[in-house]
Design a protein around this ligand. Sequence first.
Ligand code: TGC
Ligand code: FAD
Length: 418
Amino acid sequence: ARAVRKPTRPGARPTRGPRDKSAPMSGVPYILTIDHLLTDEERLIWQAARDFGERRIAPVIEKHYEHATFPRELIPEFAAMGFLGAPLHGYGCAGMNPVAYGLTMIELERQDSGIRSFCSVQSALAMWPIYAYGDEDQRQRWLPGMAKGEIIGAFGLTEPNSGSDPGSMRTHARQQGPGGDYVLTGQKMWITNSPIADVLVVWAKTLDHGSDTPVIRGFLVERGMKGLQTPETHGKLSLRASITGEIVLDEVHVPKANLLPGVHGLKGPLGCLTQARYGIGWGAVGAAMGVYERARDYTLARTQFGRPLAGFQLTQQKLVELHNEIGKGLLLAYHFGRLKQDGKLTPEQVSYLKRDNVRMALESARTARSMFGGNGIMGEYHVMRHVCNLETVYTYEGTHEIHTLAIGRALTGLAAFT
Ligand code: TGC
Ligand code: FAD
């Protein structure tokens, strides 16, 4: 399967070898694979996610990216594949282990970071806080519909003046009336899915337990509540197949029953981010695999100076760098995945995974783009889209620099954020 095949006509993609469906990394050129480290079930899930991505996402993604639309028609299919709430148990969720979940993230992001974003937000940032911090009534009310894709969630932490420093948020909730309901006021921006969300997990400061110091709490704000608006953000040149918007809260009355009772403080939203960043650490490897495989195919097929581009030493050096970095990223994700399965993964390890694999993917996508020459800027070659998307992935869920500082703090005991 790894043999270099001669293209049948100029510009044609070389044929791939027959794929062994029980070994998802076979049939494509990898010297390092993790197939043998996976259970049969994990291999099956990986292959099913790969097939789904190639069959259902690949044919439509370029059009959606160009038009800055999200393929909403695929949401029921994401649900049927078990992608929504994948790692959660019960409530109609698939209950995948962390490695199987990571493998699905690879395949979603191999197609497009915006599609992976949709599933990440739904699973890790909207369903997970309800699952982990909600009461049983809240879980029963929201999670089954969210697992089916009938209820869309969003996560509102970032504000116009609070990005990397979410502790400085201004959105606030004041308790009012005999029932102890809340009134929320504030503005969130850069919120994935907010314009289409039915339930928005909004983080706001409130005075709690009669204290004088405001504390951050999580609220389930519902579409249709008076004073809520979720305008879409237009003009993005990155993550165009993902819907982004604001959350504007003007004296929105939220019943006390919609307060997440299980968490107080910044560790609430940061705990959700730890779940989502873990998935991104895997997903980024998928984006890198996608651009590497395309770059290999293209440079084998395209001839200049009388030979395939892949026959030049400089091109081979680029291919080897891409290939070897992917292998290391995959091993890192796998290793941390098994630690998570054992309940031993720390937030600093998640910062390590998100930071290094996203940087690797962004650098890989830029290198791969260069290998396509002028064609590399065209949508139909699917590399420039990954470059543009990964610029967002580098920034959201904690910027590259914030994760550097989080790891630096773990290594030195000294916080260098301020
Ligand atoms: P710090 O004093 O470090 O921590 C406050 C409390 O939180 C706990 N904690 C964590 N808990 C769980 N997971 C983590 N990763 C945690 N990090 C910290 C910590 O133990 C403490 O708990 P306690 O009990 O002592 O109160 O807080 P800090 O103010 O110094 O901030 C640290 C810093 C800068 C690392 C943090 O603020 C940060 O991560 N900033 C980045 C913000 C960010 O990532 N925003 C993302 C917004 S959501 C998004 O981008 C979604 S994109 C969706 C998509 O489309 O995929
Ligand atoms: P800033 O915090 O202003 O940072 C600007 C630059 O300064 C960065 O390079 C940063 O690393 C650097 N910097 C900041 N502080 C320091 C420091 N102490 N030391 C050194 N450098 C520093 N948020 C949500 O809540 N929910 C979502 O669903 C969501 N989806 C998003 C979707 C998209 C498409 C995008 C682009 C963003 C999304 N975000 C979301 C917001 C995202 O998490 C923030 O953009 C990110 O946390 C950075 O915040 P900021 O943009 O305000 O940048």
